[in-house]
Design a protein around this ligand. Structure first.
Ligand code: ZN
Length: 203
């Protein structure tokens, strides 16, 4: 297993529509999946899509944290590792919810994104067997974010607000934002409705 480099939007692979996985016997696929898990855990992150490691295949890995707080909040979803090829959302709740998102490919940027509260995902596991996952709340959000990556869509494309913040302040601000106690400072906000504004991704 190896940790792979996570690409940023300068690399056009991030914007491509990824190919469906067809050959589950291909040893390269198993290596990719193993490397994606290692890369996700190392980052650390809660989700990673193959285009983020510059491979245009429809593969995602998802894992919510499994510390004590996560187990309280997410119950049985905490710490479960999902490795899914060709994931598709086959059902989604009518109910939508705003939440704060970040992305390993867009370091330093955060955004408020409206997502379905619950989704059912169909896909193929690493052994080539069909699987279905019913996801709610944060887990559902992560699946929607990762599946977007497979179509070249980034959270900044449909965020209501985007802002930057020091990583050390992030956890507190997310909690406050989710409880509507805090809204991003206007001077760090990037108005996503304005076509004139270009998000600066640094180097
Ligand atoms: Zn992402």
């Amino acid at each position: 297993m190896a940790i792979r480099k996570i690409i940023t939007p300068e690399n056009p692979v991030l914007r491509q529509k990824a190919r469906k996985v067809k050959d589950f016997q291909d040893p390269k696929l198993q290596i990719l999946m193993n490397d994606m898990v290692e890369t996700l855990l190392d980052a650390p992150g809660v989700g990673l899509a193959a285009p983020q490691v510059a491979v245009s295949d429809r593969v995602i890995v998802v894992r919510l944290p499994d510390d004590e707080q996560a187990r309280d909040e997410y119950g049985k979803d905490a710490g479960v590792l999902y490795v899914v090829a060709n994931p598709e959302i086959i059902r989604k709740s009518v109910d939508m919810v705003d939440g704060v998102e970040a992305c390993l490919s867009i370091p330093g940027y955060y955004g408020t994104v409206e997502r379905h509260v619950a989704v059912s995902v169909r896909g193929i596991d690493p052994e080539g067997n069909p699987i279905r996952i019913k996801a709610r709340n944060w887990l559902a959000r992560v699946f929607q974010h990762e599946i977007d990556h497979l179509d070249g869509i980034l959270f900044i494309d449909h965020a209501k607000q985007i802002w930057t913040v020091e990583a050390t302040e992030y956890d507190n601000l997310v909690e406050e934002a989710e409880n509507n106690l805090w809204t991003p400072d206007t001077n760090v906000l990037i108005n996503v409705d304005s076509p004139d504004v270009q998000v600066d991704f640094g180097d």
